[in-house]
Design a binder for this molecule. Sequence first.
Ligand SMILES: C[S@@+](CC[C@H](N)C(=O)[O-])C[C@H]1O[C@@H](n2cnc3c(N)ncnc32)[C@H](O)[C@@H]1O
Length: 206
Amino acid sequence: MARSKTSNAWLQEHVNDHYVHQAQKDGYRARAAYKLLEINEKDKLIRPGMWVADLGAAPGSWCQVARRLMGESGRVFALDILDMDPIRGVEFVQGDFREDEVLARFLELLDGRLVDLAICDMAPNITGNAVTDQARSMYLCELALDFSREHLKPGGHFLVKVFQGSGFTEYLEAMRGEFASVVTRKPKASRDRSSEVYLLGKGKKG
Ligand SMILES: C[S@@+](CC[C@H](N)C(=O)[O-])C[C@H]1O[C@@H](n2cnc3c(N)ncnc32)[C@H](O)[C@@H]1O
């Protein structure tokens, strides 16, 4: 089947992308690793011994970053609707985060303990309908914020990818209600043309 102009352009951009090459060299599964690395460089989120929840984790480059920065200590819990090849030291649940049964399986891993850090890079499949895509993405962000409300330690941090658009301001306000401070990050590996930004809630109010 002939490729569309859009997919050809995507392929061209991907092949020429500096971060794609760097990820291959460094053994990361996705260029997204450099987004977390840059944010972590500035905000010092990941420390040895932590319990980290990674929501929307596949193919797993954020898990790899967390594991490399924590060494043998701490635990990383990951969830994705897609399957993910195993990563040593990462406990994985496959399922749709919107389903209660999937959340319940994830929480079983935590065994009643709160995590120190929640990171969420979840993004729904794009339908092409901007209104639908924004609403779906915002819903996942809201669920991730709910997760932080319930399962993140007081003082813990929450990093979430949000697409700017409808509901963004309200979401930012909701985060401000939960955290001592909220900052916006747009790491260099995040493409300029993408409306994605990362919101970082620091110091969960307790
Ligand atoms: C941009 S990717 C995450 C990349 C990841 N941070 C990494 O470094 O490898 C977004 C992920 O969100 C997942 N996702 C989307 N909707 C989901 C849902 N409802 N439940 C669980 N995962 C979901 C996708 O399957 C996809 O793997």
